[in-house]
Write a new protein. Sequence first.
Length: 706
Amino acid sequence: MQAKARPHFSSSSFVNPDWKFPHSLLRRSTVLFALLLLMLPVRAALTPAETADAMRVVKTNCLGCHNDQKKKGGLVMTSRETLLKGGDDGPVLTVGKPEKSPLLSSLAADADPHMPPKKQLAAAQIELLRRWITEGAPWDAAALKDQRSAPRTVSLAALPSAFHPVLALALSPDAKRLAVGCGNEVVLYDLTRQEPAAMARASAHLDPVQSIAWSPDGKRIASGAFRRIVMWNGESLSQEREITGGLGDRIAALRFLPEGKQLIAADGRVTEEGTVRIIETATGAVAASWLAHSDTIFDLALSRDGKLLATAGGDRLVKIWDLATRKEIAKLEGHTAQVLAVAFDEKGTQLISGGADQDLKLWDVKTKERINSLGKHGAAVTSLVWIPGGPTIFAASDGGDAQSYTELQAHNGTQASQSAKERPMPGAESALHCITASADGTRIFAGTQDGRVIEWDKAGKQTRVFDVRAKMDAVKNEPPSFVRDVLPILSKAGCNAGACHAKPDGQNGFRLTVFSFDPQTDHREITQEARGRRVFPASPEESLLLLKPTLAVPHEGGERIEKSSAAYRTIVQWIRGGMPYRADNEPSLDRLTVSPPERSYKKSETQQLSVKARYSDGSERDVTGLASFSSNDKEIARVTEDGLVRTGNLSGEGVIIARYMGLVGDSRISVPADKLLPAEKYTALPVNNVIDEKAYAHFHRLGLFP
């Protein structure tokens, strides 16, 4: 049968004014086109709720690296304009064309580079982003905003009985009394007695006392904690005034102005803001406030005349302020992690700063230049005091060391170790959070993580030890163990991977050991770093250790722990229970087993692996959900982060590796060919030794021919 010729329309036909489109053909074409449209798969446009969901996927998994500050790869994703602009390698998104958008292709399981680096997005999330790009990448800025911008409601509970760090110390102006913040108590000591004895003890706050200051006349003591400042009588330690209005978060530092009528407080939310507040001591009213840093203010220093204020920020900056105008007059940059301590010299012309980068830096206030660096010190510098006359600087570190520095020198091109004479002050054997000294530098005091105060003389000899801790109640319910319960959760989340906090210098001042090879160091870093910045025992849910991985505050690593998960609840219970390192008589981990240890699979088959940890007391524990998995050959088999194996379309062998707390187990995988070869094919091969025999038999089982 002869085919009917198709009508042909040349380009000239559409510009010929004498040509008319046949109306009958137009009607038939319109109907046919409508029928074809009905046959196509139809997907509704994104709803506003779906657009907001897409924005939240971007916020949760991308903005930790691709924000206005970090700009990883030159890419910023905080606005539609910057996203479309792309990064160092060009555009990452082509509007309406997901197949031409590297942003989407990088989400595939086998993508290289893979985004996000430490997590595989769910198929539903990837499909949502595909539709979002197809629909033109509509933007919902409100969904990207930080939901914690407003102060949140926080309920405080009693501190764990075993938690009693000394985070704050202050000497009276006459150096006869010492005020100590130990746990949630303020304890007052009479230093004129030979044997240290507490004159008075008061439960000051529900959470740990973060800061203490004496008024210039010695009549009052101010203590600061979470959203609360208390004024105490300097003799009896009776409470005179409570200040709660206008405060935002932890009061990390307090300083009285020289006349004693005003008190300066360092207030701020961790990783979000650091605010300076000036408070009228007579009324408790906040007279002035200003945002000074984009992170917590850890310390304040006042020049002797009260004209200059220095602030040490978690944003790695030191700032100097003119208190009369409340204007910033200097921004000192150079620290590579949180700045934890600052101190002026007697004349207010020089400033010393120390921080989590383990460095001490000496600055010229007038020129804003760094005079010298006193070098790395093996641990974070947590507190500083500058004694006039010498000059002498005393420094405390969270490694348990204290040092004195004299004969300070300006930088002359020699090594940093020659910039001052350094003398160690041994004997603490616990992290030091605070240090203070008498005006003549003859008596130095430092507070420890384990609830003691160490005293040294001018020569650096330890003279007395104050055990400040109150009598502890017995623990009724044993909390989770750091080694057995918490550290595996952090390992599974990737916190101690080489690309995260196990970098040589850590990440943003927080450093863990690679794959938890030193659990004691990891425990100390989490519970004590930056004066316990990462844990909040009075309200565990407000701990930075949980706020970061749940994205309650920005986190470069994205969401690593879900608030509804058992892992989250375990960490909450551990913090509430006093953060113990190990439980009493806790058995040690001996070995790891993976089931099935080996198996023959068909192509495109799945198998859920099971991992068990076996302990020194003979017990075992299913740790499948806490183990990390990897495949040595992804073409033979892939494995999910939960241990689900899926074989590919190739024949061969592979191994799935399971890791848990430094131990390794494996499951061997065989995928034979669909059709095995006859035995004669192998018997005809030359055999030179027993290895050949074993190899040919192995090839035969797999259906492969060498």
